[in-house]
Design a protein around this ligand. Structure first.
Ligand code: FES
Length: 200
């Protein structure tokens, strides 16, 4: 096992400040590191939507925000990331997202509204650990095709960059896609569908 891999990949996370609806903007830092921004306890208790400005989220970058006490990852997929999603479908358990792990608008290959913007709840569907981000490096124990994704070290589950689970691992389901939409081109609102779609 490459002992450096998890730390190296953790450093790929960017910190971001987000706002509950009606609040202020987002702050990115130059040197990526893992960090959460936490809405107020009152906002969390209410399950308030979380507004994230993604205007500075570059291709290949991932930010980690908190919604209803859970990590939510927003990843800007590169063009290669999008194209590569097709390559591993033969070794995924539910490549067409037949299980209800996402809103209808995310029942597609990339499991998102926009192919390049991934939004996932970062909780493993086996026993609830938070997987690690491996956008390029092959994670420990992975001997099949790998085009980037997530590795849960608790019991060894693998997911692609759309949160689709590989076959032959403990996790039974794809990662959850939360309800979300884009109120404008620079903003993701996590926790709320578009008005005519109804809230999940
Ligand atoms: S909690 Fe992720 S593999 Fe068990």
């Amino acid at each position: 096992m490459n002992q450096d891999a998890p730390n190296r990949n953790r450093r790929r996370f960017l910190t971001a400040a987000t706002t509950v609806v009606g609040g202020i903007g987002v702050a990115f830092v130059a040197v990526p590191f893992l960090s959460y921004w936490r809405p107020s306890a009152r906002a969390q208790a209410a399950g308030a939507p979380v507004e994230v400005n993604v205007s500075r989220l570059e291709p290949g970058q991932l930010i980690n925000v908190e919604w209803r006490g859970n990590p939510v990852w927003i990843f800007h997929r590169t063009e290669d990331n999008v194209n590569d999603l097709e390559k591993v479908e033969g070794i995924l358990r539910d490549p067409e997202s037949r299980q209800d792990q996402q809103p209808e608008y995310a029942r597609n290959r990339h499991r998102s509204r926009q192919p390049e913007i991934m939004v996932l709840v970062g909780i493993c569907t086996h026993l609830g650990c938070s997987p690690l981000f491996y956008p390029e490096d092959r994670p420990h124990g992975m001997e099949r095709d790998w085009v980037g994704g997530f590795f849960c070290p608790c019991h060894g589950s693998y997911f692609d960059l759309a949160g689709r689970v590989y076959t032959g691992v403990p996790a039974p389901l794809n990662l959850v896609v939360p309800p979300y939409h884009f109120p404008d081109e620079n903003t993701v609102l996590i926790g709320e569908d578009e008005p005519d779609e109804g809230e999940a």
